[in-house]
Design a protein around this ligand. Sequence first.
Ligand code: DGL
Length: 265
Amino acid sequence: MGKNKSLGIFDSGVGGLTVLDRVLDRNYYDRIIYFGDTARVPYGSKSKETIVRYGKQDVRFLLTEKVDEIIVACGTVSANALEELQTSFSVPIRGVIDAAADAAAKATRNGKIGILGTEATIRSGIYARKLNAIAEKLDVQSVACPLFVPLVENGFCTFENPIVRETCRYYLQPLKEAGVDTVVLGCTHYPLLRDMIAEFFGDSVTLIDQGEALADTIPLGKVSPSELSLSFCVSDDVQLFQKNLKVLLRHSVHPAVTQIDIGAF
Ligand code: DGL
């Protein structure tokens, strides 16, 4: 195709769409293939070994599509498997943690940063390590929010829903009490809950979106929407994903969704 690059991007499910949205804003790639491992979501409750194995299969599949670069649009894989992926494959592979950690360190005024993530991301301790490498004195408080992903995958995203409101209060109250002024949405599903997280914390807390932070590092290109070839693959039901795509992706696209057998890669 044109002079631009092709991109493979993956997540365990629909969460990576929040990263894709931000990547699309950059008009940089002229071919993008998104893979959502919907048959095996959630990744966040799995062991590191399983997450590494799944991540390798996801990359192997995308490489069959001859992509030039890969973005791991999943906080869990970025936290637990990025180095293994980078040493196992020669294609450039980027995760979502570094840019978000930099953005959080820049945003905080009182040095207190909250991290929300899946169990596997919080267990990895990666944000605290990265942030303390940027500035030792940063106070990093992390909270695993295992119920957020199933809420999002089931379309429960508004504060009017009492289950959502109570879950939110349960996970976020300790960070409010700790006085954090910056909170990293450390799972790519969480921007889909952004309005209610923002409402809970109020204006004095800055929310960091991993996809937004990563997209800020991608050059601004000139690929128009009509020049872009965008396709989606999933490992489970195509119709369900198509429905989610319409609701969750800000950019309006009407591409085909294909089901693949990720176990074969
Ligand atoms: N969206 C993924 C993340 O950023 C994972 C959600 C899950 O599969 O648990 O961590």
